[in-house]
Design a protein around this ligand. Sequence first.
Ligand code: BGN
Length: 348
Amino acid sequence: MGYQNSFKVFLCLSVIFLFSMKIMVLEKYFEKINFTAFSIHTTKPIRKGAHYWFSQTNKHANKNITLPNCTLPPDLGPYNIQLNVPLDNEFKNERMSFGGHNKPENCIALQKIAIVIPFRNRESHLKIWLHNMHPFLQKQQADYGIYVIEQHGNLPFNRAKLLNIGYKEALKEYDYNCFIFSDVDIIPMDQRNLYRCSTNPKHMAHALDKFNFRLLYATLFGGVVAFTKEQFLKVNGFSNLFWGWGGEDDDLYKRVITAGMQIERMNNIISKTKAIPHKRDPGNEDNPKSTGFQHVATRNGEPLLEKAARRMYTDGLNSLNYTFIRVMKHRLYTKVLVDIGKPENIEQ
Ligand code: BGN
């Protein structure tokens, strides 16, 4: 009797064991199928050993469906910018990945947008920018990442070189195809102002409140501009030679025209933009004056802007050198700290 009972128990346990093994095998099989579906919609992170977005579970992985392309929501309109960000009420979105990347949950965005911000000592502006721009970009159904490129040290600021670096660093993480180069203190006042690239490079800060929402001069190309990857490569990026305030955006305008492109601007109502008022930062004084009338950056006494077209194929992305110091993944943005060297006319 005792022998028969133990045999039955053994039989039961074997059945349970075999059954659970079968479930495990089936689970593995389905995991494989789902993983294939998952990889259709994503790209692997490029930097190894890191943190990045796609190590997170993809909510669509189990649905095994193809998502539709994103469309814009119909209720885009004037945007209420918040300048006072309460300490305990920073923007939150549980779905967002660390480092300030987000993409729509239920559709595929056609553009993958890197927003690149040149930076030094402007924490308060960055806080306001992030608090307003994450909800703005998410409302526009953008697939985007925020890259803050910080210049190490106290030498004159080089906005354009930092933007070139942002382009390169962002591409190490994701296959971005659109780059929006933005100052940290500029925030759009209307959600219809699409943070997207277009068939030509786009100027997006032409109707600033500080200039009474009017275009200051026809060739102005500062504040916020959008380039597809191809457009940016075509102009060889920004010049690396503008140290201190002014001129680098005018130089970029000349590159765009020289490369046979036009610039685009949306209408003045949609493009109304806020520039957070502030004093000029130390280390960002006007770049050296060389004429009696205006400051113009120079190299060996030669005004850079005058020779913009001739210089563009030797000064830019293809001549960029800098020392990467570190990357820091914050909840709302990725900060890359870099040593960008010094102007040619500063001797150590
Ligand atoms: C211009 C600056 C731009 C700046 C606009 C708006 C120069 C080059 C000297 C001719 N250009 O004067 O860089 O975006 O003002 O502030 O300084």
